[in-house]
Design a protein around this ligand. Structure first.
Ligand SMILES: [Cu+2]
Length: 147
């Protein structure tokens, strides 16, 4: 048995599994949307963006018909205190992925304009590179209080 051949074969399998449709520069996975704990707070979204192209890709904004305002945020620790700062744009390097996850980058979904309760189907429009549009949808989940 040739171990080197096996490893190479495995690598090709992984690449095939990660590459969605050919020619699509941006793909997304792990979309999770969490309803606010109280009415006065915003819903939070996490996802992973994958730049399938060989050029940097700029995420310019994210919109939804269910929300009047969606912002990209990053949690940073300053003087021992966790603060959120808005990110005007986010750049993904060629062939790499960018994770929005608890404790780091996240989406704040504000000003609900349609059904955004737990169980609602939310569509997100991800605007990138001056005219690129990727549409994804996910179901609003109950927020985990520990997060
Ligand atoms: Cu935030």
């Amino acid at each position: 048995m040739n171990a080197k051949f096996l490893v190479l074969n495995f690598a090709i399998l992984i690449i095939a599994a990660c590459t969605a449709e050919p020619g699509v520069p941006l793909t997304v996975s792990d979309v999770r949307l969490f309803a606010p704990l109280t009415k006065s707070r915003a819903a939070v979204g996490y996802l992973t963006l994958h730049n399938q192209s060989n050029a940097p890709l700029t995420i310019e904004s994210i919109s939804s018909t269910n929300f009047g305002n969606i912002q990209m945020h990053e949690t940073v620790i300053r003087d021992g205190v966790a603060r959120m700062q808005a990110l005007p744009v986010v750049i993904i390097e060629p062939g790499s992925s960018l994770e929005f996850a608890a404790g780091g980058k996240h989406l704040m979904l504000m000003q609900p304009t349609a059904d955004t309760a737990v169980g609602a189907n939310i569509t997100l429009e991800i605007h990138y590179d001056s005219g690129g549009l990727l549409i994804v949808s996910a179901t609003m989940q109950t927020r985990v209080p520990a997060e």
